[in-house]
Design a protein around this ligand. Structure first.
Ligand code: UDP
Length: 453
């Protein structure tokens, strides 16, 4: 019999690919062979973004299948992408597994699929391959999805299309984030059609997740005891961090490591690190307020501006700002975020509160300024500000803008109050303990690896 051979398949978004790749690297350390399946579109981006010295390509069998969309179509439209995936990928995946099993002495022995790809779990069941669901975000979001029958019963959302019927703050249990129904994961991803598509898909994944032996989640018991207590089948194995050991694996953009040398020049705990993940887009006015807010702070800042961050670049704004601030600001198009957050010069993280960014900030003991944009980011903000109390939220004014004044005030408030840093260090200690040998995440991961073997 050959080695165990896992096929891992993420949802084709950056925040889903990275943690599953990290999990895959951990499994490789235990002698498991990995075939990692991306969509063709994402596979090409990852291959182009690999740095020269990165050896992940030799460790992991990286393969791809089509997502059913034309190259020019908008993959940021999550409803459209999810529908296309559902139409095309089940057949493609099934064929891929059959092809691999014909050629490879090590047949696929297990499929680990993103929990949102319920159809992949159905393929595994059809092919009689053991399977596990991986959820790359918080247990709170999973608990919310699993609680849809209760939300329908309580008259909070409509059974057919997931739209809001009762617009009151909602919580599943005490000590879990209080949620605004307008910010449920399916109600804040786009227009009403997207809500409908996503709600239907989530209801379907609530059924397919019953086909698995394991539901593993990139979280830690120490951070989410209430959500994990509510659904004990969800097993925390995180935080899975994209460590530096193997360089940047799975990034959609090449990292600009020059910012690390710039960080080396800055005083300890002085820098505001500003990054909004892989998705967030700013309009011209909001972008300008952010730029002027950072400038007004009189502190060093490291700002990630992806090539697609702004829908329309304000004329010369950045050039003029750079001329005024000189070396005080460093702007890159994609940072080695793990290494940045781990750098002693970083004082706080102005973040969109994606779950990976949240886990990375917490694991490095860095306080947050929260600027959520959509999806689960609002729940994550509630964890950061109201439950763990390691950050402050930036509030919009009556015209829906986060002003330069708000940025300056909240940043100063956060950095002048030592309690935020202290609590951030306490939470860092807690998650590190959970991931250590006797910790809950580590025990779950060890048991999971034994099951795979
Ligand atoms: N990231 C990075 N460099 C950047 C910005 C982000 O390496 O300049 C990484 C970050 O460390 C995180 C991921 O991209 O692991 C973004 O995931 P997250 O869940 O925070 O946000 P999303 O992109 O899904 O909105």
């Amino acid at each position: 019999m050959g080695n165990p051979h896992v096929l891992a398949i993420p949802y084709p978004y950056q925040g889903h690919v990275l943690p599953l790749m990290q999990l895959s690297l951990k499994l490789i350390d235990h002698g498991v062979k990995i075939t990692f399946v991306n969509t063709e579109f994402i596979h090409n981006r990852i291959m182009n973004a690999f740095s020269e010295e990165n050896n992940v390509k030799e460790l992991i069998n990286l393969v791809s299948i089509p997502d059913g969309m034309e190259p020019w179509e908008d993959r940021n439209d999550i409803g459209k992408l999810s529908e296309s995936i559902l139409r095309v990928m089940p057949g493609e995946l099934e064929q891929l597994v059959k092809d691999i099993n014909q050629k490879d002495v090590n047949e696929i022995t297990c499929i680990i699929a993103d929990e949102s790809l319920g159809w992949a779990l159905e393929v595994a069941e059809r092919l009689k391959i053991k399977r596990a669901a991986f959820w790359p975000a918080s247990a709170a979001v999973m608990a919310l999805k699993f609680s849809i029958p209760k939300l329908i019963q309580d008259g909070v959302v409509d059974n057919n299309d997931g739209t809001i019927l009762r617009n009151e703050m909602y919580t599943l249990t005490e000590k879990m984030p209080v949620m605004n129904p307008k910010q449920f994961v399916w109600t804040c991803l786009g227009d009403s059609n997207t809500t409908k598509i996503m709600f239907k898909l989530i209801k379907h994944t609530n059924i397919t997740v019953k086909l698995v032996d394991w539901i593993i989640c990139n979280t830690s018991y120490e951070l989410e005891p209430a959500a994990l207590g509510l659904f004990p089948d969800i097993l925390p194995i995180g935080p899975l961090l994209s460590g530096d050991r193997l360089g940047s694996s799975g990034y959609f953009w090449p990292s600009d490591v020059s910012c690390l040398a710039w960080l080396d020049q800055q005083p300890v705990q002085s820098v505001i690190y500003v990054a909004f993940g892989s998705f967030t887009i700013f309009d011209e006015k909001q972008f300008q307020e952010l730029a002027l807010g950072l400038e007004s702070l009189n502190r060093p800042f490291l700002w990630v501006i992806r090539s697609d961050t702004i829908d329309k670049k304000p004329d010369m704004l950045l050039e003029k700002m750079k001329a005024r601030i000189g070396q005080r600001g460093c702007i890159v198009s994609w940072a080695p975020q793990q290494a940045v957050l781990n750098h002693p010069a970083v004082a706080c993280f102005l973040s969109h509160c994606g779950w990976n960014s949240t886990m990375e900030g917490v694991s490095n003991g860095v306080p947050f300024l929260c600027w959520p944009y959509f999806g689960d980011q609002f729940i994550n903000q509630t964890y950061i500000c109201d439950i763990w109390k390691v950050g402050l939220a930036l509030d919009k004014d009556e015209s829906g803008i986060i002003t330069r004044g708000e940025i300056k005030n909240k940043a100063e408030k956060l950095l002048n109050d030592k309690n935020f840093k202290q609590r951030a260090l306490i939470h860092q200690e807690m998650v590190i303990t959970g991931a250590q040998e006797s910790g809950c995440s580590n025990k779950n991961l060890s048991n999971f690896i034994q099951w795979i073997k």
